[in-house]
Design a protein around this ligand. Structure first.
Ligand code: TPP
Ligand code: MG
Length: 330
C-alpha cells in the first residue's frame, strides 16, 4: 500500500489505529462465536470474517451521533463502530434476556439498538433497504441532515426490495447510501450465477445515482467512497450505490458446509488478501503499529471477548412470562 494514504483522507494515525482495533475486535468476537457454537454453547453463527475492512471503513465515514444505519446480518464491524458492545453481541449469541437486539428472541445478526440508531432488520433479506429509504424520506421531510446507510449482500441485490428502494431514492433524491458487500457467494451460489452484469454498481445508472466498486479489503478505499456518498447525500444530491468486493472467509453460517461448493485452495487464496493482515502491515509500514503494540492490542481485545463471553454465558434467559411481550395482534 502507498504510504500515508490515510493522511490524504484527513484521517489521523490514531483514527486508523482505532479502525484497526474495531476490525480486530470484530474478527475475535466472530472466532469466539464459532468456538462456542462448535462446543454446543450457542445455537448459530453468521460471520463477518473477510468483510470487517468494508464494514469498519464505511462506518467510520458516517456521523455516529446522527446517521441511521440499517445493517445486514454480517455487519459486526458496523454495529461495533456505532456503539454496540462485545458484551451485547455475546448476549445475542447466547440468546439471553439482556440482549439489546431482541431480548434473546431472534437469531444473532438481527441487529437493532435504538440509542445508537441501529434499525432492526427482519430475516427476509433486503427488507432493510426500503426501510432505509423511508427513514431518509422522513428525514428530508423534517429538514434533518442525517443520511441513512444500509447494507446487503450481492445475492440480495437481486431482490425486488433493492430495486424498488433504489428507484424511489433516486427519483426523490434521498440521502441514502446503499452498500453492497459483495463476498462472491450467496450461500452456495457463486457470483457468476447471480448477476449478468459485471458489477453490482453497474445497476446504479438505472436509478439515476452514481455507482462505485471498491476493494472491500481496503478500509481506506471504502472510507473514501462512503464519505463521498455521505457528503453527497447531505448536500441534497441524492443516493449512492457503493459495492465493496471481498470474500466470505467462513462458511455461509454455522449450519453450512462450504466444502460442498468451493475448494479449500480457493479459500486459502482469499486469505492472503485478508485485511486483518494487509491493513496491519500498512499500519506497521507507516510506523503506526509495531509488534509490542499489536500484542498489547490483541491481549486487550481477548480480555474484552473473554469478559463478554463469561458475562453472557452466566446471564439469565428471558422469563417465560415475557413470551408475549412485543407481540402484537391486529
Ligand atoms: C427473501 C429471502 N430469500 C432467501 C433467504 C435465505 N437466505 C438467507 S441469506 C441468503 C444468501 C444471501 O446472499 P448474499 O446476499 O450474497 O449475502 P451473504 O450471505 O453472501 O453475505 C439466502 C438465500 C432469506 N433469508 N430471505
Ligand atoms: Mg454474498
Amino acid at each position: 500500500m502507498v504510504e500515508n494514504r490515510h493522511k490524504e483522507l484527513g484521517l489521523s494515525d490514531e483514527k486508523v489505529l482505532e479502525m484497526y482495533k474495531v476490525m480486530l475486535l470484530s474478527r475475535r468476537i466472530d472466532e469466539r462465536m464459532w468456538l462456542l457454537n462448535r462446543s454446543g454453547k450457542i445455537p448459530f453463527v453468521v460471520s463477518c470474517q473477510g468483510q470487517e475492512a468494508a464494514q469498519v471503513g464505511a462506518a467510520f465515514a458516517l456521523d455516529r451521533e446522527n446517521d441511521y444505519i440499517l445493517p445486514y446480518y454480517r455487519d459486526v464491524g458496523v454495529v461495533l463502530t456505532f456503539g454496540m458492545t462485545a458484551k451485547e453481541l455475546m448476549l445475542s449469541g447466547f440468546a439471553k434476556a439482556e440482549d439489546p437486539n431482541s431480548g434473546g428472541r431472534q437469531m444473532p445478526g438481527h441487529f437493532g439498538q435504538k440509542k445508537n440508531r441501529i434499525v432492526t432488520g427482519s430475516s427476509p433479506v433486503t427488507t432493510q433497504v426500503p426501510h432505509a429509504v423511508g427513514i431518509a424520506l422522513a428525514g428530508k421531510m423534517e429538514g434533518k441532515d442525517f443520511v441513512t446507510f444500509t447494507t446487503f449482500g450481492e445475492g440480495s441485490s437481486n431482490q425486488g426490495d433493492f430495486h424498488e428502494g433504489a428507484n424511489f431514492a433516486g427519483v426523490h433524491k434521498l440521502p441514502v447510501i446503499f452498500m453492497c458487500e459483495n463476498n462472491k457467494y450467496a450461500i452456495s451460489v457463486p457470483i457468476e450465477k447471480q448477476l449478468a452484469c459485471e458489477n453490482v454498481s453497474d445497476r446504479a445508472i438505472g436509478y439515476g445515482m452514481p455507482g462505485v466498486t471498491v476493494d472491500g479489503n481496503d478500509p481506506l478505499a471504502v472510507y473514501r467512497a462512503v464519505k463521498e456518498a455521505a457528503d453527497r447525500g447531505r448536500r441534497g444530491e441524492g443516493p449512492t450505490l457503493v459495492e465493496t468486493v471481498s470474500y466470505r472467509l467462513t462458511p455461509h453460517s454455522s449450519d453450512d458446509d462450504d466444502m460442498s461448493y468451493r475448494t479449500s485452495d480457493e479459500v486459502a487464496q482469499a486469505k492472503t488478501k485478508d485485511a486483518i493482515i494487509t491493513f496491519g502491515a500498512y499500519l506497521k509500514e507507516n510506523g503506526i503499529l509495531n509488534d509490542d503494540l499489536e500484542k498489547q492490542m490483541n491481549d486487550d481485545i481477548m480480555k474484552t471477548v473473554n469478559e463478554a463471553t463469561d458475562y453472557a454465558e452466566n446471564a439469565p434467559y428471558a422469563k417465560a412470562e415475557s413470551l408475549l411481550e412485543y407481540v402484537y395482534e391486529k
